[in-house]
Ligand binder design. Structure first.
Ligand code: NAD
Length: 345
């Protein structure tokens, strides 16, 4: 029987997961929910065979027969949604980052543990086959350096992206992908040093015409750093760096260089290359690689099994970004992750 899904937050990324669900026989979209009811209705018209559109997750959960929800809300809009699902024994998939603060993440983690539901976080790069092969190669070697970057040619044009208290800046909202993948490739992080800067003048010039879609070069009310650097100390003794920037330039570029004993790994988006004494190897991800993270979740819900990126993983990865900001607040002093992690992790 198909897993019955409700969607919460039907903006940009929800369409990717809705499209995946629609083309599969083992998933059924039964309802949609967005605080902007029109958006929920548009998604329902396009993707829902029966059931309806809601502007409140509790109403949706109490009106529909739902096995699991797919949460695609911005970083600030978490907590109550996950708790409402957990209390009803409804499993959830949640887009990264899992929360805007450790306090919010800790609250949800308690609810997940108390109700024993199945969870998965949308850190989709972990499910790319070339990256899984690179991880296997690295797991047999001592990793020395994990050098990550996330460079954007501008700012996503969503109001919440420009506010620290809503999106958490690029470090929390987006570069979290790289911090999570760094953990996948090299294990947990022990401490973080962070520095931030704003290099670009984001005030729109009088003659600026905002593009109808896509990234923008200027934005009124821009309040986040546009350039961030972290130094990471891994539990294993490996060192790492993360560089990220939104400063408008010409190329979207995210990836890694990982140096390990006898191997150099390069990750470019979802693709990977590596060089060992046996030669040079290169693998490209399948065109629909990003669907695997949701498929694994619904398989686990259908079978009562496990996922590979449960909520706790999302909390650990969020903690790296927030430790980076805490280090900034302490003038660049190192912050141990153990200082900010919820109990029991
Ligand atoms: N895995 C990825 O590659 C990927 C890509 C893009 C976005 N994301 C993540 O997905 C999340 C959403 O991003 P987006 O680009 O779709 O944002 P968006 O602003 O396009 O959509 C978010 C939607 O959530 C709705 N919403 C806000 N609060 C709500 C609430 N309490 N209940 C119900 N709906 C609510 C908004 O009205 C909006 O329609 C972000 O955390 C982002 O980091 C992940």
């Amino acid at each position: 029987m198909a897993v019955r899904l409700g969607f919460v937050g039907t903006g940009g990324i929800a369409n990717r997961h809705l499209t995946c669900a629609q083309k599969r026989d083992d998933m059924e979209v039964v309802a949609t929910c967005d605080v902007v009811l029109d958006l929920a209705q548009q998604a329902a018209d396009k993707y829902v065979a029966s059931g309806g559109a809601y502007d409140d997750v509790v109403k949706m959960l109490d009106s529909e027969e739902i096995d699991a929800i797919v949460i695609c809300t911005p970083p600030f809009a978490h907590g109550d949604i996950e708790e409402a699902a957990a209390e009803r024994g409804v499993h959830f998939f949640v887009e990264k980052p899992v929360a805007i603060s450790m306090q919010m993440a800790g609250r949800v983690l308690d609810a997940v543990r108390e109700h024993g539901i199945i969870t998965q976080v949308g850190y989709m790069f972990r499910k790319s086959e070339p990256i899984i092969k690179a991880q296997q190669l690295l797991s047999e070697r001592a990793v020395a350096m994990v050098q990550a970057h996330y460079y954007m040619p501008g700012l996503p044009n969503k109001g919440w992206w420009t506010k620290m208290e809503m999106g958490g800046g690029q470090l929390v909202e987006q570069a979290t992908h790289m911090l999570d993948l760094g953990r996948f490739l090299a294990g947990d992080v022990k401490s973080v040093i962070g520095k931030i800067s704003t290099v670009h003048d984001w005030t729109p010039p009088a003659d600026y015409e905002e593009p109808a879609a896509g990234l923008v070069e200027y934005k009124e009310g821009f309040e986040i750093p546009d350039t961030t650097a972290l130094i990471l100390e891994y539990e294993s003794g490996a060192m790492g760096t993360l560089s990220c920037s939104l400063v408008p330039q010409v190329k979207w570029d995210n990836g890694f260089k990982v140096v390990a004993e006898g191997a150099m790994v390069t990750i470019d988006g979802a693709n990977a290359k590596w060089t060992t004494s046996e030669g040079d190897f290169e693998e490209q991800a399948a065109s629909d690689w990003y669907d695997a993270v949701l498929v694994e979740f619904t398989d686990a819900v259908a079978s009562g099994g496990m996922t590979t990126i449960p909520y706790e993983e999302g909390v650990k990865s969020l903690a790296i970004s927030l430790a980076g900001y805490e280090s900034v607040a302490r003038g660049g002093a190192p912050v141990e992750l153990a200082e900010i992690m919820p109990e029991g992790i």
